[in-house]
Design a protein around this ligand. Structure first.
Ligand code: ATP
Length: 324
C-alpha cells in the first residue's frame, strides 16, 4: 500500500473523532511509521492490514477506514463509538481478562482514518467452530469461561457490546480470545437511559446487532441491557457445542419470529450440563437470565455446574485446550 499523504488533523475534514490518549504524544504516528503488508480482512467500509512498526518491528493490525464511504453509509456514529469504546478498554486492561483487541493509536489523512490495533494472529473463532463442526466440552468450557470474564470486565466498565458473535471473537497467537467490533456498543455511563429511542436508532433504521444473536428485548422494545450480551453468550455456547446458532431460518424476519417464541431445540447428544446453562441464559425475560441480578462478577454463572473446576483467575495464563 502506498503510504498516503499525512496532514495536520486540524485541517482534516470531516469526521471529528475524540482523541486517543496515546495520540497526545509529541511524536504522533503516521502511516510512514508502519510497513503495510497483506490485507487480513475487509469490513463494509474498512480494510484491515497486517503492518509492522518500522521502529520496533512489532506487528499490528491496522484498520483503514474510508472517510467518504463512512459518511455516505451514515456510519460516523458507529466509527466514533468504536473508537470511544476501544479507548476505554485500552486504558483499562484487566490483567486477568485482557480479552479485547487493544487500540494503540489512531491517525488520519485527507481520505482515511487509521486504527492501530493488536493483531489477532489466529483470526476469528467462527471458522474454528465450522471446521471441527462442534467443540468438545473442554474447549467449550474454556472459551465460554474466557467470554464470561470478558463480559464481566466489559459490563463493569458500563459497556454493552450488543453484537457479540463468533465472528467478533478473534484469537491471539496463543489462542486466547480478543473481542472486537464495538461499533454497535452502548456506553451506559454517558447514556444512562436503558431504553433506546430517538434519532440514533432511527438512523440505524433497524435492530442493532446480528439477527441470530439478537436478544428479544431489542426486537420488541428496542431496549438493551447487559443481560442482552448474556443472551448472546448463551447462543454462542450453544453454537460451540452444536456447530450452529440456536435460531436459524432463511430470512431475518423468520429468525426474529423464532427468537420471540423461543423456538429452538437441542440436537441429540447435546451435553446436559451445557444445555442447562444455555436454558438459563437464553431466556425471554432479560431480568430472569442467569447473572442478570449479579453485580460486577457473574458469580451465579461462574458457579453453574458446567464451570465447576474452572480456575477463572488464571485462565489467561493457561494454555488453551486444543480445538478438536
Ligand atoms: P463490518 O464493518 O462490515 O461490520 P467488520 O467489523 O468485520 O465488518 P473490520 O473491523 O474492518 O470489519 O474487520 C474486517 C475483518 O478483518 C474482520 O472480519 C477480521 O477477520 C479482520 N480483523 C479485524 N480486526 C483484526 C485484528 N485486530 N486482528 C486480526 N484480524 C482482524
Amino acid at each position: 500500500m502506498t503510504p498516503p499523504r499525512v496532514i495536520d488533523e486540524r485541517h482534516s475534514p470531516p469526521i471529528p473523532i475524540p482523541a486517543t490518549p496515546n495520540n497526545q504524544h509529541p511524536a504522533k504516528r503516521t502511516p510512514k511509521d508502519f510497513r503495510f503488508g497483506k490485507v487480513i480482512g475487509e469490513g463494509s467500509f474498512s480494510t484491515v492490514y497486517l503492518a509492522k512498526d518500522i521502529h520496533t518491528s512489532r506487528e499490528y493490525a491496522i484498520k483503514v477506514c474510508d472517510k467518504r464511504h463512512i459518511i455516505r453509509e451514515k456510519k460516523t456514529e458507529y466509527v466514533k463509538r468504536e473508537k470511544e469504546v476501544l479507548n476505554i478498554l485500552s486504558s483499562n486492561v484487566k490483567a486477568t481478562a485482557p480479552f479485547f483487541v487493544k487500540l494503540y493509536c489512531t491517525f488520519q489523512d485527507m481520505d482515511r482514518l487509521y486504527f492501530v490495533l493488536s493483531y489477532a494472529k489466529n483470526s476469528e473463532l467462527l471458522p474454528y467452530i465450522n471446521k471441527v463442526g462442534s467443540f468438545d466440552i473442554t474447549c467449550t468450557r474454556f472459551y465460554s469461561a474466557e467470554l464470561l470474564l470478558a463480559l464481566e470486565h466489559l459490563h463493569s466498565l458500563g459497556i454493552i457490546h450488543r453484537d457479540l458473535k463468533p465472528e467478533n471473537i478473534l484469537l491471539d497467537e496463543r489462542m486466547h480470545i480478543l473481542i472486537t467490533d464495538f461499533g454497535s456498543a452502548k456506553i451506559l455511563e454517558t447514556e444512562p437511559e436503558i431504553k433506546e429511542e430517538g434519532p440514533q436508532l432511527e438512523r440505524r433504521n433497524s435492530f442493532v446487532g446480528t439477527a441470530q444473536y439478537v436478544s428479544p428485548e431489542l426486537l420488541t422494545d428496542k431496549s438493551a441491557s447487559k443481560s442482552s450480551d448474556l443472551w448472546a453468550l448463551g447462543c454462542i455456547i450453544y453454537q460451540m457445542v452444536s456447530g450452529l446458532p440456536p435460531f436459524r431460518s432463511r430470512s431475518e424476519y423468520l429468525i426474529f419470529q423464532k427468537i420471540l417464541k423461543l423456538d429452538y431445540d437441542f440436537p441429540d447428544g447435546f451435553s446436559q450440563s451445557v444445555r442447562d446453562l444455555v436454558e438459563k441464559l437464553v431466556v425471554l425475560d432479560s431480568s430472569q437470565r442467569l447473572g442478570a441480578k449479579d453485580g460486577d462478577s457473574y458469580s451465579s454463572i461462574r458457579s453453574h455446574p458446567f464451570f465447576s473446576g474452572v480456575q477463572f483467575e488464571t485462565l489467561y495464563k493457561q494454555t488453551p485446550p486444543q480445538i478438536y
